[in-house]
Write a protein that binds this ligand. Structure first.
Ligand SMILES: [Fe+2]
Length: 255
């Protein structure tokens, strides 16, 4: 009997029994049923999300406005009819950008961000946005009261890049004659203040990220076909250069 008691004691020591009761539940034991019981903090979180969603639904993207103040008139060699016709296209881009933003926002609210149509609309951003913004640069650097280039820093930057203003002009004209629809742009690298001429096909192909456009010339046929034939791009470029407001270009360069 003594031996039996000894054996039982050893067994208990090696296998401790966890004695629990309803009033004394075991601590540190978690039963994971896969269902999380909400705690106070979770309810707060849900309320915040609900409020945020309501706010998000009521958020309205600010619409772009047509910049009437930059519309040029009475230019030399570019008629008002030409500008008026071209201006309508610019207005169209502003309208398209606003519709695109509204459409994308609606699709996002409706949970359609992973649908093909959403990706397709996103792809149009570069074309529509640049179509609007480049026209604003373009009309903004044309003026009947155009000022000649006089800023010594800009003159120096042009001479450093091309040797002389005339050489820059020659290169800019050649850029504008690129056999494609698009834009000739004098860009400044804001980090080095160095200048380069670039051709941008359509409105978006060839844009240098981070570079600043300081002189923008539209060479789509629509920019000159009220005044000239499709083969007369050179005449239009010549007229464009006579109307460049260099004070605006200088301002962009120095800003
Ligand atoms: Fe245009």
């Amino acid at each position: 009997m003594k031996n039996l008691i000894k054996i039982l004691c050893i067994f208990v020591m090696l296998n401790p029994i966890n004695i629990t009761s309803k009033n004394n539940p075991p601590k540190n034991i978690k039963i994971d049923s896969g269902i999380k019981t909400p705690e106070i903090n979770d309810f707060e979180e849900i309320t915040i999300i609900k409020t945020k969603n309501k706010k998000e639904k009521n958020m309205k993207i600010e619409e772009y406005k047509i910049k009437q103040e930059i519309k040029p008139a009475s230019l030399s060699g570019i008629s008002d009819n030409q500008i008026n016709d071209h201006w309508k296209l610019y207005e169209g881009y502003v309208k398209q950008v606003n519709s695109l933003n509204a459409e994308l926002q609606k699709m996002a609210q409706d949970g359609k961000v992973n649908e093909l149509i959403y990706s397709d609309r996103r792809r149009r951003y570069g074309f529509e946005y640049n179509g609007m913004i480049l026209h604003e640069y373009y009309f903004g650097n044309l003026s009947a009261a155009s000022q000649k280039l006089s800023d010594p820093d800009l003159i120096k930057a042009i001479e450093e890049a091309w040797g002389s203003f005339d050489k820059w002009k020659e290169d800019f004209i050649a850029t504008g004659k690129t056999r494609s629809i698009g834009w000739a742009i004098l860009y400044m690298d804001p980090q080095t203040k160095k200048l380069t001429n670039h051709f941008i096909a359509e409105h978006q192909d060839g844009i240098i990220s981070g570079f600043k456009p300081i002189l923008v010339m539209d060479v789509w046929e629509h920019a000159y076909m009220v005044d000239h034939s499709a083969t007369d791009r050179a005449k239009y470029i010549d007229a464009f250069l006579q109307n460049v407001d260099w004070s605006t270009v200088e301002e962009r360069f120095n800003k």
